[in-house]
Design a protein around this ligand. Structure first.
Ligand SMILES: *Cc1c(COP(=O)(O)O)cnc(C)c1O
Ligand SMILES: [Zn+2]
Length: 435
């Protein structure tokens, strides 16, 4: 199968070999790269059948909810390079209470928090690490304190590579950093901001032969396409009206859009769902840009603020790809406040499902889009919960006990608070309380 990298910049579109170690287009200097394939010979009906059969097969690659679908991202020719922790295989969960809260008659959550390291980053990281091994790299790196670090550390270590994580000063998310340390990543705290560290890591990558697995990596995007492929497979290829997801660096919406377009072009699905990206109001450069409808150029935000740290991104690298996917699917971009995200999260929790704060932007955004008449109340909506509830327990405890405050110090009300109750060691008194 013929694979290559193409520059995403429409006035450049230069092509490069799939085994070149490049992160931006060397021809125009700035363009994002994307993997392209010659899909000649793909037979949708035959592949649907093959993919179903693989669910019954005990081979590691068949058991992976990513590599089961490898025919649609065939940049790996030798599957010996693949490291799988059985990522993907995440459930579709219906949640009537969350639907009612959002103003919908029904809602389905695709819960990526069921992944091995607890977020959708695993879908992409297994692909990025396969590419690193194919290139013969021994070391991989990323700049992140979040789910990317946790995932990269796990996959690199599982694949015998050395993971290096670079952390901006004073920006530590303990649950996720703890995972990275436990999974054996060499972690450097640098006294500089994110952009400065990224520049530093690029120098080190060149000098020391380290492969970069930041969100710009086009192979991570290829792995993340499997989220929508698996979703359609689980729905017997019935396309929902909407797929809603949170947006930070915008790699995931880029992956969803690309995956869906390819599924449609190859005859797996007969229409495209509409994509809705929800940003946190304090960290919403893509929302601002899309709301201006092309009248102002894209402007990054210097001091993004939100407690939903996974989407606290002021300069989302993948915005040009995200714009294409939103426009192609007649999609929308919405934003949600800290209070709206916190309440949405508690509702998802009360359904027995739970998620991390960034994921709850979905339900918060859906509620707003339904009230605004953008999403119809009887629409078929899949919301993607991107991370596990246990990623951020401190946030949960504070919310339920009324101690959560926004980044600006403003209190966040425990609208659906569920405080622990202090009781005496007294059966009569507790009986009374339970009623
Ligand atoms: C990375 C991440 C996001 C944001 O995804 P992007 O691809 O950066 O837009 C959202 N939620 C969680 C839990 C994440 O880890
Ligand atoms: Zn280019």
């Amino acid at each position: 199968m013929n694979s290559y990298l193409a520059c995403f910049n429409p006035v450049c579109r230069a092509h490069f070999g799939v085994n070149e170690v490049i992160y931006n287009c060397p021809t125009c200097g700035t363009g994002l790269l994307e993997a392209q394939y010659d899909f000649t010979g793909i037979n949708a009906d035959a592949l649907k059948k093959t993919w179903r059969e693989r669910r019954m097969d005990n081979a590691p690659l068949s058991q992976s909810g990513v590599w089961r679908y490898r025919e649609l991202f065939p940049f790996v020719d030798d599957t010996d390079n693949v490291v799988t922790l059985r990522e993907g295989n995440t459930p579709l969960l219906s949640a009537p209470r969350a639907a009612a809260y959002g103003g919908l008659s029904r809602i389905t959550f695709k819960h990526q928090g069921f992944n091995p390291t607890g977020s959708f980053k695993d879908n992409g990281m297994t692909a990025g690490v396969a590419q690193a091994r194919k290139l013969g790299m021994k070391r991989v790196a990323c700049v992140s304190t979040g789910n990317t670090s946790a995932s990269m550390a796990a996959y690199a270590s599982a694949g015998g590579l050395d993971p290096f994580i670079f952390i901006p000063n004073g920006n530590i998310s303990y649950g996720k950093l703890a995972q990275a340390l436990e999974y054996g990543a060499k972690t450097f705290q640098v006294d500089a901001n994110f952009d400065q560290i990224l520049a530093l890591v690029r120098v080190l990558a060149e000098r020391l032969g380290i492969y970069l697995l930041n969100s710009i990596n086009p192979f991570r995007i290829e792995g993340q396409k499997s989220i929508v492929i698996e979703m359609m497979d689980q729905r017997d290829w019935h396309v929902p009206d909407w797929i809603v997801l949170p947006g930070g660096n915008l790699g995931n919406v880029s992956a969803f859009g690309k995956g869906l377009r390819e599924l449609k072009e190859l005859g797996f699905i007969d229409k495209l769902p509409r994509l809705a990206v929800i940003q946190a109001a304090g960290s919403s450069p893509f929302y601002e840009y899309m709301a201006a409808k092309g009248l102002t150029p894209f402007k990054s935000q210097e001091h993004p603020e939100t407690l939903a740290t996974a989407i606290k991104i002021g300069d989302p690298v993948s915005w040009p790809k995200a714009q294409l996917e939103i426009e192609t699917t007649n999609g929308v971009v919405e934003r949600a406040s800290e209070q709206e995200i916190a309440d949405g999260k508690a509702v998802i929790g009360a359904c027995g499902i739970g998620c991390e704060p960034a994921s709850a932007a979905t339900l918060a955004g859906i509620k707003k889009l339904v009230s605004a008449g953008v999403i119809a109340p009887d629409a078929d909506v899949v919301a993607v919960l991107t991370g596990n509830v246990l990623k951020d327990p401190d946030y949960i405890y504070r919310y339920h006990t009324g101690q959560l405050t926004g980044p600006d110090g403003a209190p966040i009300l425990p609208t659906f608070g569920n405080k622990p109750i202090v009781v005496p060691n007294d059966a009569d008194r507790i009986t009374e309380l339970i009623g």
